[in-house]
Design a protein around this ligand. Sequence first.
Ligand code: NDP
Ligand code: GUE
Length: 287
Amino acid sequence: MGAIILNGKEVASQWEKKNSLRVQNLKAKGVNICLAVARFNDDEASKVYVRKKVAMCEKLGIKPILIEEEGLDQEKIENRVSSLNKDKEINGIIVQLPLPKGIDKERVLSLVSPEKDVDGLNVFSCGLLYKNMPGLRPCTPSGIIHLLKEYKIDLVGKRAVILGRSQLVGLPIFLMLLHENATPTIVHSKTKDLKNICKEADILIVATGRAKMVNREYVKEGAVVVDVGISRIEGKIVGDVDFEDVFDVAGYLTPVPGGVGPLTIMSLMENVINAASIQAGIKDDAF
Ligand SMILES: NC(=O)C1=CN([C@@H]2O[C@H](COP(=O)(O)OP(=O)(O)OC[C@H]3O[C@@H](n4cnc5c(N)ncnc54)[C@H](OP(=O)(O)O)[C@@H]3O)[C@@H](O)[C@H]2O)C=CC1
Ligand SMILES: Nc1nc(=O)c2c([nH]1)NC[C@@H]1CN(c3ccc(C(=O)N[C@@H](CCC(=O)O)C(=O)O)cc3)C=[N+]21
């Protein structure tokens, strides 16, 4: 039999249609949308991802501004972000992570104006999430929630285990699942008895960056398994979950590629559309 595949690529393409309509409707009201994508690192994967973001903007009719400046120091990066904040044309700003070694990430992320923080990573946006107030949410966790809802996976009262506690994925998905009335637990590199905790999960979200670390020994029969990880091994993209090994134990499973990745991009698009409509004082579908 095997698990039901959670087809992120397909869900993202449906979502894309809705977002495309919203962009057209806003255009008809004289609102043009613009996203600034800033890459300050020299990371090869980041180069691919920023291009994916720019390409999706172009597809939807959102104007992308791509900033690719390597070798800047803290002050220069901060000045660059400040100038994007001041630019009236720009509705959303995303600073691609990781930032280069020696750069204070939190200072840079929290410099992004809250109303333009389409990555949902500054302290203000994090505060709104913590308090379960409307706001711009981190893209990957929003994408995961969107995917689970599309497949009508009930979260209420469910035992959710999240492998990884990053600010980008693990911690925000913990809060979002909690707000959906699931019962989440985070496990990380210092957790004792990690495998058995994972095995208790009805919903297992894996975001460690350790290729294929999760095999069937971590998975309860019938569990929903969401694989966030992306690693490149011999030119091939693999997730944190050993897909073949877990396939006939899990009830639902995301593939890599074609799972969470495309939803991350579409969440970003939704965030910038929401940001632009709020800035224009138009409610449309935002929040
Ligand atoms: N598909 C998508 O859209 C996205 C994919 N990614 C991918 O997801 C993965 C995770 O990203 P990110 O959260 O930013 O990564 P980080 O490296 O920031 O965090 C990894 C987390 O996993 C934990 N961890 C690492 N190894 C182990 C282990 N052996 N056992 C238990 N816990 C472990 C770490 O624990 P500790 O805190 O104790 O060190 C840490 O909390 C990466 O592969 C990244 O490329 C990221 C964002 C979006
Ligand atoms: N400020 C910031 N925000 C982020 O959201 C952010 C970031 N920094 N740094 C890096 C991670 C990683 N990330 C991905 C986005 C899309 C795919 C994606 O589109 N993946 C496709 C294709 C993969 C490929 O072809 O390389 C898939 O999984 O099917 C993957 C990973 C966003 N991140």
